[in-house]
Design a protein around this ligand. Structure first.
Ligand code: UDX
Length: 448
């Protein structure tokens, strides 16, 4: 099928590449001409495993091209995906101006009566707005609008897009459903389930899924605070909970909390949507509050371990909002860095992918070329993003270059026994603090 994709961010670019991968002819467009230049040359504008290879291969196949001329992109399309950003406004509500602009372009330049697919995460009711704008701007043409929310995760986005748990299509007519069935047939043929709903249901299901996952994380973080006070181990508490299939273990890992461009904004947007519809949903405010507290709790641990932060050197391992991405938007690691810097600490960070983006956001950050360099002369190492390579760090070597032997684990990746055996005091999250056993010289005034 002929497919247009408006917006080449984390959702749009993955959608464009995966639609081309399954055999459709795709034209993707963006208002950022520089980005279109990069993409046309086969360079991915952000890091996502496997993306650049897939991008180059689809460009080579002739099934994928990019243009900064949106009219050109939508002109011959049978399906137009709207994948533009819906960033939060100051009040938490989603800013939908880019959606409106996309509708205007489609209304004025689409020649083949395309089905317009709302892929961006938007509040329930947005499809109606889109339809009205399309009708008005086209001078009275009725467009088919469907909601097809995206559930892909950064770091595994291509795989999620090509092998989704479920494809959700909210449509109001047989034509809309039929076109989307044909579009996704390459995926349903290999066993992916396609769930058809009405439009508000599909829109709400997306916000509900993200908010519920955020709620699970915040619940685990609240349990971490209680575990710290009760002498329990939150990792074991959630393992026990997760063994119950009604609960499930996924998204119950306590730590620095959630970040990224989806959870924080979607929790706020669902709360705002509910309020606008006359329903108070204070639980969602609590979810966000507990998430902020998760960062504060780790910052307090650093302070507890070092007594005063002023002038102390803190090595921060990880800056991305999660492993496998260079994305630092709403990253808890960056929030922690900000808190530590404002308390007077010097923060020297290392991240395998996200250092440049983080430095742009927070110029006071010092960047090191690897974890050991970051730790050199540090009074404390804080693990903030659980990149696989950090799990394999040589803790004895790490300890040997540090000024004080203190490890704060904001993601509970280390085995306490290994940390203590390496001569480090261990401050995990929601688990008992482990100070070094022997070595009185190491204990004095630092970790005891
Ligand atoms: C999320 C949804 O998972 C995806 O379906 C949706 O399409 C977009 O939003 P993403 O933002 O890429 O995807 O990240 P995700 O893997 O969900 O993690 C979100 C945040 O939660 C990360 O900061 C992660 O570190 C944190 N997290 C996750 C926890 O703190 N604990 C957990 O147990 C799981």
């Amino acid at each position: 099928m002929d497919v247009a994709v408006i917006g080449t961010g984390h959702v749009g670019l993955i959608t464009a590449v995966s639609m081309a991968t399954v055999g459709h002819r795709v034209v993707a467009t963006d208002i950022d001409a520089e980005k279109i230049g990069l993409l046309t040359r086969g360079d991915a504008p952000f890091y996502e495993p496997g993306l650049e290879e897939a991008l180059r291969s689809e460009l080579g196949s002739g099934r994928l091209r990019f243009t900064d001329d949106a009219a050109d992109a939508v002109g011959d399309a049978e399906v137009v995906f709207i994948c533009v950003g819906t960033p939060p406004r100051a009040d938490g509500e989603a800013n939908l101006i880019a959606m409106e602009r996309s509708a205007t372009v489609i209304a004025r330049h689409a020649s083949r009566d395309p089905v317009v697919v709302e892929k961006s995460t938007v509040p329930a009711g947005t499809a109606d707005r889109l339809r009205t704008t399309l009708l008005r701007e086209s001078g009275g043409r009725v467009f088919e609008v469907v909601s097809n929310p995206e559930f892909l995760r950064e770091g595994t986005a291509l795989a999620d897009s090509l092998h989704p748990d479920r494809i959700v299509v909210g449509a109001e007519s047989d034509r809309g459903r039929a076109v989307l069935r044909r579009l996704y047939q390459p995926l349903t043929d290999r066993g992916c389930s396609l769930m058809e709903t009405d439009i508000p249901t599909a829109e709400l299901a997306k916000h509900a899924s993200n908010a519920f996952l955020a709620l699970k994380i915040s619940f685990a973080n609240a349990l971490a605070r209680i575990s710290e006070r009760a002498g329990a181990d939150v990792t074991a508490v959630v393992d026990v909970m997760g063994a119950d299939p009604r609960i499930g273990r996924a998204f119950l890992s306590a730590g620095l909390g959630y970040g990224g461009f989806c959870f924080p904004k979607d929790v706020a947007a669902l709360e705002r949507l509910a309020a606008r519809l006359g329903y108070e949903f204070p639980l969602l405010r609590e979810v966000a509050k507990l998430n902020d507290e998760a960062v504060d709790a780790v910052a307090r641990k650093v302070e507890e371990a070092l007594w005063n932060l002023d002038g102390k050197r803190v090595a921060l391992l990880g800056l991305a909002f999660k492993p496998g991405t260079d994305d630092v938007r709403f990253s808890p690691a960056l929030a922690l860095a900000r808190t530590l810097i404002s308390a007077g600490a010097v923060v020297v960070a290392f991240d395998p992918r996200a250092a440049a983006g983080a430095k742009d956001e927070l110029p006071d950050l010092e960047i090191a070329p690897d974890a050991y360099e970051a730790a050199t002369g540090a009074h404390c190492v804080v693990l903030a993003t659980e990149w696989e390579e950090f799990r394999n760090l040589d803790l004895v070597r790490l300890r040997s270059v540090m000024a004080y032997p203190v490890l704060v684990d904001g993601r509970n990746v280390f085995d306490p026994v290994d940390v203590v055996a390496a001569g480090l005091a261990y401050y995990p999250t929601g688990r008992p603090v482990r100070l070094q056993t022997a070595k009185p010289e190491a204990r004095s005034g630092i970790a005891s």
